[in-house]
Design a protein around this ligand. Structure first.
Ligand code: IMP
Ligand code: MG
Length: 179
């Protein structure tokens, strides 16, 4: 059996991902020097992005994890955001950077921004690897963005289709998603 086991078109190669993540890490290092930064990895989709980005930030950062489910096992939004697993440490007075795999409708980030603000951090910003449907999200400020992509359903490098294909080291488009 070949790998991947479905028809896949590469959209962003491993090398392009890593090069851009290095740039983001350098920028974040400059911006947060001397401040108490907490990276919040939005699970599950951003586990690989957070792992790579954090190693490109040359500061004594904290890393915490927030489990969020905004989609059922489908390729369209359910419109419901749920925290499935909360942070383990308080963020009061700290600089928070939400690390997300992809912003689509912006619903997840809007909900998380509001939720985290109630915990009185000093600041909350968003770093997303991918940004889809930019025209739908004019109300949302994205502070750091890896790549703008067309409105296609993508998988790989943390992103899943029915919980699979997170372990690809590039971003691809499923050309024939229905089994
Ligand atoms: P939003 O709330 O519509 O912005 O959706 C954000 C969440 O939906 C992301 O954190 C992803 O987990 C998921 N998502 C959106 N688009 C895709 C995609 O193309 N592939 C895989 N997951 C996606
Ligand atoms: Mg996500």
């Amino acid at each position: 059996m070949g790998w991947p086991d479905v028809e896949m078109r590469e959209l962003i190669s491993r090398d392009r991902l890593q090069a851009r993540i290095s740039e983001l890490g350098a920028q974040i290092t400059e911006d947060y020097r001397g401040r108490e930064l907490v990276l919040i990895c939005v699970l599950k989709g951003s586990f690989l992005f957070t792992a790579d980005l954090s190693r490109r930030i040359e500061l004594p950062i904290e890393i915490d994890f927030l489990g969020v489910s905004s989609y059922g096992d489908s390729t369209s939004s359910s419109g419901v955001v749920q925290i499935t697993s909360d942070l383990t440490h308080p963020i009061g007075g700290k600089e928070v950077l939400l690390v997300e795999d992809i912003v689509d409708t912006g619903l997840t980030m809007t909900y998380l921004l509001e939720n985290l603000q109630t915990r009185r951090p000093n600041s909350v910003r968003i770093c997303t690897l991918l940004y889809k449907n930019i025209e739908k999200n004019h109300h949302l400020t994205i502070d750091y963005c890896g790549f703008e992509i067309p409105p296609e359903f993508v998988v790989g490098y943390g992103l899943d289709y029915m919980q699979k294909y997170r372990n690809l080291d590039y971003i691809g488009v499923l050309t024939n998603p229905t089994p």
